[in-house]
Write a protein that binds this ligand. Structure first.
Ligand SMILES: Cc1ncc(COP(=O)(O)O)c(C=O)c1O
Length: 400
């Protein structure tokens, strides 16, 4: 019998963290590296939110909080879901967690039994399958295509559902593709789910506020109220308010699930950081103008990056609706040879050689379950993005 838990052999370290580490090592060797691998806004947290946290410290809000969160924050979450999503939840149906990550973990650990299946459209955020595996479930991947905008198709979902399906994870706008479902596209998905009453829906709406142009964000329980009693609607302040380090995520759902998640969290971390919770109250209840400012900045960067990548030879970059990622295909670069004589056989080879040759760090698509592609996070300055895209253009032009 080994010392480590069997479940651990089922999970992998995060590929995005591995790329970031490699880039850091090259930087330490003195190389000029542009890292486009990180998944967080480059903006600072807005001043009013920081001040709310400082005020909370001064007031002495420094003790344990209730497990599912302080009442003012749970009430702010109820108001947010009503105001922005037209959803009616009671404060008792909400939970505040240490990041969106803990929402997912609580949900899976409190519901998955051995052999339970969780449908995950690919490409997916790296943590979904590993969390499912850690909690004893089986991820079931449903691939999407670039031609269909990396969006799950109703017929493919229908085919993937079995009597063992417990959850489907939906994530719009998506990490890693930036794809976001229109109301009609999401309705096609919820129509299938209505016909399968044993399947629960976990909707990860973390990038809700980062959509561009006239795109209108919608969430499953809003489109199909019949799904309300089997949907966990998850969101957070990390991406919307540039608060990744504060570690506050939240969710709302049916009573029996929320009670179970509260129990799990009570034996694990208890309430999230008291100071961060007060900061999140201000984020949700205070002025919302930061969202428009960051959305405008990200939209300009998306346009810049998509245009420059489509000018690069051998790359095809679709225009995503949201988030701060693009997910170009490098299929036409497979089989080509670099200046240093290496043959590019996979998307992982592509990003490795790109990093070696030009010092630009991106993450290979197979890490997100769909390739040959790569993910670029454009949460950095226009100047660096222009420089990085010019280097990518030079790299693809050099392939023979
Ligand atoms: C799709 C998605 N969901 C959830 C999270 C978790 O966010 P946090 O734990 O910072 O709230 C992330 C962070 O990268 C993400 O990309």
């Amino acid at each position: 019998m080994g010392f480590l838990a069997d479940a651990l052999s089922r999970v992998q370290p995060s590929a995005t963290i591995a790329v970031t580490q490699k880039a850091r090592e090259l930087k330490a060797q003195g190389r000029d590296i542009i890292s486009l691998s990180v998944g967080e806004p480059d903006f600072d947290t807005p001043e009013n939110i920081k001040k709310a946290a400082i005020d909370a410290i001064v007031r002495g809000e420094t003790k344990y909080t209730p497990v599912s969160g302080i009442t003012p924050l749970r009430e702010a979450i109820v108001k947010k879901f009503k105001r922005e999503n037209g959803l009616d939840y009671k404060a008792s149906q909400t939970i505040v967690c240490t990041g969106g990550k803990q929402v997912l973990y609580n949900a899976f650990v409190s519901t998955l039994n051995k052999g339970d299946e969780v449908i995950i459209p690919a490409p997916y955020w790296v943590s979904y399958p590993d969390m499912v595996l850690l909690c004893g479930g089986e991820p079931v991947f449903v691939p999407t295509t670039l031609e269909k905008g990396f969006k799950l198709q109703a017929a493919d979902l229908d085919r993937a559902i079995t009597p063992r399906t417990k959850w489907i994870i939906l994530n719009s706008p998506s990490n890693p593709s930036g794809a976001a479902y229109t109301r009609d596209e999401l309705k096609a998905i919820t129509d299938v789910l209505v016909r399968h009453p044993h399947v629960w829906v976990l909707t990860d709406d973390m990038y809700e506020h980062l959509t561009f142009g006239d795109f209108v964000f919608t969430t499953p329980a809003q489109i199909e109220p019949n799904l309300m009693d089997r949907t966990l609607t998850m969101n957070g302040v990390s991406k919307a308010y540039a608060m990744t380090g504060w570690r506050i995520g939240y969710a709302a759902g049916p009573d029996k699930l929320m009670k179970a998640m509260d129990m799990v969290q009570g034996q694990q971390t208890s309430g999230a950081c008291s100071i961060s919770q007060w900061a999140a109250v201000e984020a949700l209840n205070g002025p919302q103008d930061f969202i428009q400012v960051s959305r405008k900045a990200f939209e300009g960067r998306r346009d810049l990056v998509v245009s420059m990548l489509n000018q690069a030879s051998l790359l095809d970059c679709p225009m995503p609706e949201g988030a701060f990622y693009v997910y170009p295909s490098c299929a036409r670069a497979i089989g080509k040879t670099t200046q240093s004589g290496k043959v590019i056989k996979t998307d992982e080879d592509f990003v490795t050689e790109l990093l070696e040759a030009e010092g630009v760090a991106a993450v290979h698509g197979t890490a997100f379950g769909l390739g040959p592609n790569f993910r670029i996070s454009y949460a950095t300055s226009n100047e660096l993005l222009e420089d990085a895209c010019a280097k990518i253009q030079r790299f693809t032009a050099s392939l023979r």
